[in-house]
Design a protein. Structure first.
Length: 252
């Protein structure tokens, strides 16, 4: 059996004094893809925010172990350095910061954490070229400011491009499929599939089965009222597509 990468036990967390996660349990092993589905307000994005260390969210109870150690002991920056990556539901624009400079700073920050020398300009541009092809990202977009003037689909492709550049161990994709047309969805999903290895894992947070047609999950979990109330294989997503969430809520 593969090594346990992420282990969440009895996680309680919230924001501004409001409890959102209320005893969540989840185990993710190397090589696995987990889809987390559930109605709006169930805690899906809160979970991703807690995992990456968003300071707006307060953990009140429970534990998270990542690679065997206490995740709460790591700053948000070091969680990234240790291989946790979040693809945002709504990627932000950063005017005046070029994609090249942004990504080179990120890559070299990760290398410094591992006591490796900074990547040379030539090697970095070669790496960018290789990774751009994974998500069919236009060279002109890579030369512009981060996400500035990008369409919704281009922003999501850019997120997966960043994932390719940083090569995370645990990728959390928060509704990466929202707002994508069929072509953009296919490109983004293909990018995710190309980056999967037996050593890394993916958590897909989604409302829709359509993403799971392209990125096949090993496990599907239904989150409701801050807890995972049902887990099964890919067939669960198909059932949710057919029947909605109401029947699952009755299990809670």
């Amino acid at each position: 059996m593969s090594n346990v990468l992420l282990e969440i036990r009895n996680l309680h967390a919230g924001i501004n004094g409001k409890a959102i996660l209320k005893g969540l349990n989840l185990t993710v092993r190397e090589g696995e893809v987990h889809a987390i589905m559930g109605p709006n307000g169930s805690g899906k994005s809160t979970l991703s925010s807690v995992l990456v260390g968003n300071p707006a969210f307060k953990v009140t109870e429970g534990t998270i172990r990542y690679k065997g150690f206490d995740l709460f002991m790591l700053t948000p920056e070091d969680r990234s350095h240790e291989g946790i990556f979040l693809s945002f539901q709504y990627p932000v624009e950063i005017p005046g910061v070029s994609m090249v400079n942004f990504m080179r700073a990120a890559v070299n920050s990760h290398r410094a954490y591992r006591n490796e020398a900074p990547v040379s300009a030539t090697d970095f541009l070669k790496l960018m070229r290789e990774k751009r092809e994974i998500v069919e990202l236009d060279n002109k977009l890579a030369g512009r400011s981060v996400n500035e003037g990008f369409s919704g689909g281009e922003k999501k492709r850019n997120e997966i491009f960043q994932m390719a550049m940083l090569n995370p161990t645990l990728a959390i994709l928060d509704e990466t499929d929202s707002g994508l047309d069929i072509d953009a969805l296919r490109i983004v999903a293909n990018g995710v599939n190309k980056l999967k290895t037996p050593e890394n894992a993916v958590i897909l947070i989604t409302h829709y089965q359509r993403l799971l047609d392209y990125v096949k999950p090993d496990f599907v979990h239904v989150l409701n009222k801050g807890r995972i109330i049902k887990s099964a294989g890919p067939e669960l997503a198909l059932e949710l597509e057919e029947r909605g969430y109401d029947w699952v809520k009755d299990l809670d």
